[in-house]
Write a protein that binds this ligand. Structure first.
Ligand code: URA
Length: 205
């Protein structure tokens, strides 16, 4: 029998060669998901940013550092999670001579869906925490609204629990803009992570 680690390596190395959409022409490298292949909890972001594009690892830039702070606050470590993104290549738009992150288009999401589907099948997490609206919409549909639907559990027919919270980059932007809004949002963000740890305890034997 082929073990999970072997399947993951094959899947990852196939994905690293992906040319299913035009982002293959502008990326430095594919940023595939990583972490515990037996994880109860999977974190899904929208897509790699500049730092991830350079390093090839998910959530290692400024948003990733804020994510790590939230994980530490609620007593989670990356080594027990699987962390990935809806799309695996950096999507950006030119703004004033710079490349600025942008959410993936429907066509990019569709082209990339095959990788996330296989990651979910392989890891088979009981809980999926969506970071930001594009990730939440990939699981919960385009009617998902962060203002109304954040922090609510959804049970899939496969028995996975899905919940969405803010994207860490959004929380980070507030930190530099509006201290009161940041404090409130940070606490709500932590509350969502605490819901995840509480749900995970239901599955731990
Ligand atoms: N933002 C994301 O959505 N994913 C990453 O990996 C990094 C930043």
């Amino acid at each position: 029998m082929v073990d999970k680690a072997q399947t993951y390596q094959t899947l990852r190395s196939t994905a690293l060669q992906c040319a299913r959409c035009h982002l293959a022409q502008t990326r430095t490298q594919v940023v595939f998901g990583e972490g515990a292949l037996e994880a109860l909890i999977m974190l899904v972001g929208q897509g790699p940013g500049r730092v991830e594009d350079q390093t090839g690892r998910p959530f290692v830039g400024p948003a990733g550092r804020l994510l790590d702070q939230a994980l530490e606050t609620v007593g989670l470590t990356r080594s027990e999670l699987y962390v990935t993104n809806v799309i695996k290549c950096w999507a950006f738009q030119p703004v004033g001579g710079h490349r600025q992150d942008r959410p993936p288009t429907a066509a990019e999401r569709k082209a990339c869906a095959v990788w996330l589907a296989q990651e979910i099948q392989l890891v088979s997490p009981r809980i999926i925490l969506c970071l930001g609206a594009p990730a939440a919409q990939a699981f919960l549909g385009s009617r998902f609204k962060m203002t109304a639907d954040r922090g609510r559990w959804h049970l899939t027919p496969e028995g996975r629990w899905i919940i969405a919270t803010y994207h860490p980059a959004y929380v980070l932007r507030l930190k530099n803009l509006d201290e009161a809004a940041y404090q409130q949002t940070w606490q709500a963000f932590l509350d969502d992570f605490r819901q995840v740890t509480a749900k995970a305890r239901e599955f731990q034997r």
